[in-house]
Design a protein around this ligand. Structure first.
Ligand SMILES: Cc1cc2nc3c(=O)[nH]c(=O)nc-3n(C[C@H](O)[C@H](O)[C@H](O)COP(=O)(O)O)c2cc1C
Length: 185
C-alpha cells in the first residue's frame, strides 16, 4: 500500500487526510455553515436527504458531545473546536418504508463535507468510536434516526500536544492500488 496518485484528481482529494492535532481556535460560523451546506448537496436515494447534524461549537454542547466519544478519541478530539454528530433517518418520508441506502447517503454527505472543509483550509476527522446509546440519551434523539459517526472539524494545530504514539500516527494513510479494488468477475 502506498499514497501515490497515478492519475490527476482534484486537489482536495489528494490533500485531505484525518489529522488529530487540532487547534482549539473556533471555526467561523460562515465556514461551518458552508461545510454543512456542501454536505447537504450530496445525492441521495429519492432525494431523501436522510442526514441530520447535531452541531457542537459552543462549550456547553462540546462538553456533551465529547462525553459520548470513546476515550481513545477524547484524547485528541477534545481539542477540536467543532464536533458534529451525523444522524441518519432510517425510513423514507414518502412511504415510511425502510430506506436501505440511508447510511450510504449519509456517508456521501460526510465526504462532501470533508472536501469542502479541505478546500477552506479546515481539517476533518470522522469517528465511529462513540457510545451510541449514550448519544441517544444525551441528546434525546428519536429511534427514527441511526447515529452514524462524529466528525471533528477545525484547523491544524500543534502536533506536540499529542502523545508520542499519536504523533507517530500523525500522517496521511496509504491506499490500496485501484487495481486491487476492481473485481474481475
Ligand atoms: C466511518 C469512519 C470511522 C472512523 N473512526 C475513527 C475513530 O473512531 N477514531 C479515529 O481516530 N479515526 C477514525 N477514522 C479515521 C480513519 O482511521 C481514517 O479515515 C483512515 O485510516 C484513512 O486515513 P485518512 O483519512 O487519513 O486518509 C474513521 C473514519 C471513518 C470514515
Amino acid at each position: 500500500m502506498e499514497r501515490k496518485f497515478k492519475y490527476e484528481v482534484m486537489k482536495e482529494i489528494k490533500e485531505r487526510w484525518s489529522p488529530r492535532a487540532f487547534d482549539e481556535a473556533p471555526v467561523e460560523k460562515d465556514e461551518l455553515m458552508a461545510v454543512l451546506e456542501a454536505a447537504s448537496y450530496a445525492p441521495s436515494c429519492f432525494n431523501e436527504q436522510p442526514w441530520r447534524f447535531i452541531v457542537a461549537d459552543d462549550e456547553n454542547k462540546l462538553k456533551r458531545l465529547r462525553g459520548i466519544l470513546a476515550p481513545s478519541n477524547q484524547e485528541w478530539a477534545n481539542r477540536a473546536p467543532v464536533l458534529i454528530l451525523i444522524a441518519s433517518k432510517k425510513n423514507f418520508e414518502h412511504n415510511n418504508k425502510n430506506n436501505k441506502w440511508h447510511e450510504f447517503d449519509a456517508g456521501t454527505a460526510w465526504g462532501f463535507m470533508a472536501l469542502e472543509a479541505q478546500r477552506r483550509g479546515l481539517i476533518t476527522h470522522a469517528m465511529g468510536g462513540f457510545d451510541k446509546e449514550k448519544a441517544y440519551r444525551e441528546f434525546n434523539i428519536s429511534d427514527e434516526y441511526d447515529l452514524i459517526t462524529v466528525v471533528a472539524l477545525g484547523r491544524y494545530g500543534d502536533k506536540s500536544n499529542l502523545s508520542k504514539e499519536l504523533q507517530e500516527r500523525e500522517q496521511p494513510a496509504a491506499r490500496k492500488g485501484i487495481d486491487e479494488l476492481i473485481l474481475n468477475v
